[in-house]
Structure formats: structure tokens, C-alpha cells
Design a protein around this ligand. Structure first.
Ligand code: GRF
Length: 200
């Protein structure tokens, strides 16, 4: 008789969003098989009206809002409330996916080496906002996206993976953004899976 294979421990991942959550949806889907490297156990938005919340619930994932507005300028207070939700659910890895708040060093240090972000450019090119407009203005012939570890500098952490797409002559910000977003949906689950497999 052969022994049954040991069950895979799917790493408990929380996805932080502020908007529609198309990357979030891709991350949830890739984490659903029982032999996946991770499982999305929580989706958390700083905006109660984020479309991604309903989308997560429809996929069977707990989704909550921790509204930043009642905290005013107390950014760390907001993050302490987020941290309590993460700890309560035994979250092991945090994936930022269109989370539109700058993090304080307090939360970044809590998750050092265990927090990932996706950015719609080929970092170190174009950190920050308006990446596609900047790529088009520069006349770049290729664009892409980057998954990186989150550090205190904005979009500066160690790069875990990148995907490239061509820029076409007739591209607008919208058409380029759509092409990059499609690449994001493949890249982020693949990088997160690899990352979770290597965690000790
Ligand atoms: C993506 O372009 C991602 O790279 C950036 O924010 C956008 C989020 O889109 N950080 P979505 O909410 O995942 O559709």
C-alpha cells in the first residue's frame, strides 16, 4: 500500500484592493485548486464601494472593507485596523492588487519579505502613477508589468517577476493599459505561486 501524499499547505493570502479587482480575481482563481501553492482567504478594501468586494464574495472569498476615511490623517491607525483583520485570519502573505494607499513604514515592516505588489510598468521604469502615458510619451517599443516585494520606497522593492508586451504604433493609453492588464493576470498568480512555494 502506498501512503497518501501529504496534503499541500496552501499559504493563506490576503489581497488588498481599492477598485475593480481584476488582478484579485485572477489571484483567487489560481489559488482555488486543492494543490495550489496558496489560497486567498481574505480580500480587504480601503474603499467600501470597491467593485472587487462583490466580485470576491461571488467567488466564495470573504471580503471586507476597512474604510480609511474615519481615521483622517492617522494612516497608521488605519493600518493597525487592517493588521488586526489579517492576524485574526492567520494571513501569511499579503498581495497588493490596485491598493491605492501609500503604506506607512509600520505596516511595511510588519510584512517585510511577505508583501507583494504588482505595478503596470517594467520597473525601475515609471514608478508611481500614469505609467502607460509615460511609456507612450517616451516612444517605448515595449511595456509590461512587474511583481515586486514591498519595501518602504514606492515601487522600489526587489523584483520577483516581469512580463513584457509590445507597444503598437496606434496604441492609446487605454489600449496599452488593456494589453498590460492581460499580462498582469498571468504574471501575478504565477509569481505569487512560486513565491509561496519557496517560503519556509
Ligand atoms: C493594475 O494595473 C495594477 O498593476 C495596479 O493597479 C491596477 C489594478 O487593476 N497596481 P485591477 O483592480 O486589478 O483591475
Amino acid at each position: 500500500m502506498t501512503a497518501a501524499p501529504a496534503p499541500v499547505h496552501r499559504r493563506r493570502v490576503a489581497v488588498l484592493i481599492s477598485g475593480g479587482g481584476s488582478n484579485m480575481a485572477a489571484l483567487i482563481a489560481a489559488g482555488q485548486p486543492m494543490d495550489a501553492a496558496y489560497e486567498v482567504v481574505l480580500v480587504l478594501s480601503n474603499r467600501p464601494d470597491a467593485g472587487g468586494l462583490a466580485r470576491a464574495r461571488a467567488a466564495g472569498v470573504e471580503a471586507i472593507a476597512v474604510d480609511h476615511r474615519p481615521f483622517g490623517k492617522d494612516r497608521e491607525g488605519h493600518e493597525r485596523a487592517i493588521q488586526a483583520e489579517l492576524e485574526h485570519r492567520g494571513v501569511e502573505v499579503v498581495a497588493l492588487a490596485g491598493y491605492m494607499r501609500l503604506l506607512t513604514p509600520w505596516l511595511v515592516r510588519k510584512w517585510q519579505g511577505r508583501m507583494l505588489n504588482i505595478h503596470p510598468s517594467l520597473l525601475p521604469l515609471y514608478p508611481g502613477l500614469d505609467t502607460h502615458a509615460r511609456a507612450l510619451a517616451a516612444g517605448d517599443t515595449e511595456a509590461g508589468c512587474t511583481v515586486h516585494l514591498v519595501t518602504e520606497g514606492v515601487d522600489e522593492g526587489p523584483i520577483l517577476g516581469q512580463a513584457r508586451v509590445p507597444v503598437q504604433a496606434e496604441d492609446t493609453v487605454e489600449t496599452l493599459a488593456a494589453r498590460v492588464l492581460g499580462a498582469e493576470h498571468d504574471l501575478y498568480p504565477a509569481v505569487l505561486s512560486d513565491f509561496c512555494r519557496t517560503l519556509s
